[in-house]
Write a protein that binds this ligand. Sequence first.
Ligand code: FMN
Length: 409
Amino acid sequence: MALQDCNIVLGVSGGIAAYKSADLCRQLKKNGAKVRVVMTQGACAFIQPLTFQALSGEPVSTALLDEDAEAGMGHIELAKWADLILIAPASANCIARIANGFADDLLTTLVLATEAQIAIAPAMNQVMWANPITQKNLQNLIESYEQRLQIVGPASGEQACGDVGFGRMMEPSDIVAAISQESTPRECKYRVVITAGPTREAIDPVRYISNHSSGKMGYALAEAFHAVGADVCLISGPVNLSCSSGIERIDVTSAEQMYEQAMRQARTGLDVFIGSAAVADYRPIDVSEQKMKKTDFGDNIQVELTQNPDIIANVSAMREISQSLIVGFAAETNDVIQYAKSKLKRKSLDVVIANDVSNQEIGFNSDNNEVTLVTVDGEELLPLTSKASLAQELVTRLSEKLNQKRKSK
Ligand SMILES: Cc1cc2nc3c(=O)[nH]c(=O)nc-3n(C[C@H](O)[C@H](O)[C@H](O)COP(=O)(O)O)c2cc1C
């Protein structure tokens, strides 16, 4: 979004990072935006409205039921005036209220009443951020506001309370850069096929070989592509996750089933294929029809394995989709970049998204991730952030790479 002459409602909620919003207000103005500041009662405990009035050059609104304000720029008028409502900092409480459709103060009412873009920059203690309720609220927001919502951050590092972890508000300059990124596709008409989660390779009717993949990154990507209007097919291994009703979800159990479905989708045509599933490389050769009994074996048991089909290598080899972008994941515990480079070459992929799953902060079950994009042109680190905001970033990067690939053909 170009900031020149953009009408921005800067919503400030009650967090310690509210002091940084003064600088954010100044930077938005410097970039040519018209800024109207709306503060929650919580925010007024941290910073004076007068600061924002001086920086924005406009009166600051702090109350919904304010007769004087309603006679001037009322809440509906302000909701219509805005091209963007940017909430920074967005407190855990504020996120919970807007995610549940509350309209009990001016800021939440504006969010409910506007048709403008909405951007939120969460800022809170790392335990509050990691709390599943906060994560569910964010998911709810993503599903409700789809392409109208951008989540900026949070960043990780030392917090005001002394904790170290995720939850710090992004720096004002990074927030300005994120919201003004014109390449963020607001409308993307691609067909995107994503594999996600683990596979299970049966040993007998009750036992299987699998891995720790939670599917969270693949699901976050599916939601982020869906949010910008892509036609998304999610081929999912067994996970405890749900997705938006607009996403076509195909549930599978084994690697062979996932392979069949991926090939079927590739044959019908796609623009982007993302192999984020942790597919088992091997499966037992013989699957016992009945539950195996300990009494039938000695102290040791041998299960002979055979290789599963390589889904992404087979998809990338299909001539029908040579114009498509093929993206693999490399979840490694050591020599991550080296392995990613070799995978890129070996399987003729366009991009490999590499991450270090030995790091518990960004591992399989975490809500956060840090990845390196590996292409033939080099490597790019996308620093630690939530899987939801990383997925939004990846939508932008992968859309750019698809366009580049198509232009160069
Ligand atoms: C010193 C102090 C710092 C706080 N910092 C934060 C914070 O960074 N993020 C947050 O979500 N809540 C923080 N809180 C709690 C919020 O201020 C509280 O949930 C408040 O109700 C938020 O109101 P609002 O969302 O309407 O602005 C803090 C509270 C105190 C006392």
